[in-house]
Write a protein that binds this ligand. Structure first.
Ligand code: PLZ
Length: 448
């Protein structure tokens, strides 16, 4: 079945999986040779093919192969690639002005993005926002604000956490290879607490929170602690959904101890998990929410949004940056946010969840290598294990992923142990394409 339009429109790309050359094809191969001569080898690529166009639920490469996109460029193109509203907004803005620097000559779209974020993030309290470029930069600014508000320095992050690749965020990120190895020294006053990981620790949310809080009280002390930062569902760490009650217990402890609770919703935000923000699943109200990725339909933009008294505690001029809240990115964000709401993409994410979970649960019933299926909305993962020992099976995981890439499906892996395949389709993916993508993954697993 082929479709030429998508729920959100998208460019008129035929919505089909189509392999017309070897993977990679000759043009991609030639470009990869140029890349290897021109680009630092430390910058790797998941796929061996170069993109030419994308939209709806497909990425088309330079040889004319059309891939089913189950990755959204790491959870960015929730509205789809080149979503029509985003394209129109960007084209209009780029023709009006490209940059003035908000700190020099401000413009209304920055203010409107802040207003929208203040309205959409959890909690009805008075809020403020500030805009930046990348997820890591926003995380750094959330920490700066928390320190300046509390007058304290320590920050607690969790096992399996991912918060970025800049110096402070490397310190917050848990995994050494490939993110930190050889790049120290890292920022000081960062402490790591145990995460709730129900598949591997078997603890209730309350018990996992007790374990984390006890470590924090004994090893750090609330009097020294500025902030706790946590991803409501851990992304790079393996789509780990903490047990019910874990996050609310941390929020309660933070608020009674004068500690700023920061939710890193960079990967989970903007309808991805079936609600606008993942914090909503557990009814938690973070003091600061960090957003990026899905916010602007593919343009680089990030934000911190939080309690007015916290964000306004920093001296004027203390936050900023040349490009933070760039007008083109802001125009894209307003169009993307309108699309998430008007097209009910949270509902689309919940339908994607139902399809993925149903199909993989059927497979799990006959294949014990599928240890766990977890996640929410269009953020679902499968953890592969050795059925005898429950030990992570990274070799199987990468074999399945590679087979999918060869067969025309973009899938991403993740996890501290490298044994998780994660599904992050654009919320605009047509149902038939999602179903076919899952078929390909299951066939790859059968053959592996
Ligand atoms: N916080 C929760 O998921 C980015 C990184 C991929 P930037 N995740 C994808 C890679 O290998 O670099 C991420 C995230 C969470 C922060 C970040 C950082 O966002 O926009 O990549 O800086």
């Amino acid at each position: 079945m082929t479709l030429t339009s998508t729920p959100t429109g998208g460019p008129a790309l035929t919505q089909e999986r189509r392999i017309v050359t070897a993977i990679p094809g000759p043009r991609s191969e030639a470009l990869m040779a140029r890349k290897n001569r021109a680009v630092a080898s430390a910058v790797g690529t998941t796929m061996p093919v170069f993109a030419e166009s994308a939209g709806g639920g497909v990425v088309v490469d330079v040889d004319g192969n059309s891939f089913i996109d189950l990755g959204s460029g790491i959870a960015v193109t929730g509205v789809g690639n080149s979503a029509p509203r985003v394209v129109d907004a960007v084209q209009a803005q780029v023709a009006a002005f490209t940059h003035t620097c908000f700190m020099i000559t401000p413009y209304d779209s920055y203010v409107e993005v802040a207003e929208k974020l203040n309205e959409l993030t959890p909690g009805s309290h008075e809020k403020r926002s500030a805009l930046f470029n990348s997820g890591a930069e926003a995380v750094e600014n959330a920490i700066k604000v928390a320190r300046s508000y509390t007058g304290k320095q320590a920050v607690v992050a969790f096992d399996h956490a991912y918060h970025g690749r800049t110096n402070l965020t490397m310190a917050l990120t848990a995994k050494s290879m490939p993110y930190k190895s050889g790049f120290g020294p890292f920022a000081s006053e960062i402490y790591r607490a145990p995460m709730s990981y129900p598949f591997r620790d078997g603890l209730s949310g309350a018990d996992a929170a007790k374990r984390a809080i006890s470590m924090i009280e004994k090893q750090v002390g609330a009097t020294n602690l500025a902030a706790i930062i946590v991803e409501p569902i851990q992304g790079e760490g393996g789509f780990i959904v903490p047990a019910d009650g874990f996050l609310p217990a941390l929020v309660d402890w933070a608020s009674t101890n004068g500690v700023v609770f920061i939710a890193d919703e960079v990967q989970t935000g903007f309808a991805r998990t079936g609600t606008m923000f993942a914090s909503e699943h557990e009814n938690i109200v973070p003091d600061i929410v960090v957003t990026a990725k899905g916010i602007a339909g593919g343009l680089p933009l990030s934000a911190i949004t939080g309690r007015a008294e916290i964000l306004d505690a920093t001296h004027t001029g203390g936050l900023g940056g040349t490009y933070g809240g760039n007008p083109i990115a802001c125009a894209a964000a307003l169009a993307a946010i309108e699309t998430y709401i008007e097209d009910d993409l949270a509902g689309a994410a919940r339908r994607i969840e139902a399809t993925l979970v149903e199909r993989f649960a059927l497979a799990q019933a006959i294949d014990p290598r599928i240890g766990d299926i977890r996640g929410r909305g269009a953020m679902i993962a499968v953890e592969f294990v050795d059925p005898e020992t429950n030990e992570p099976d990274a070799a199987l995981t990468s074999a399945v992923a590679r087979a999918c890439h060869q067969a025309g499906v973009i899938v991403l892996t993740c996890g501290t142990y490298g044994n998780v395949i994660r599904f992050l389709p654009p919320l605009s993916i047509p149902d038939a394409l999602l179903a076919e993508g899952i078929d390909v993954v299951l066939t790859a697993l059968e053959n592996a």
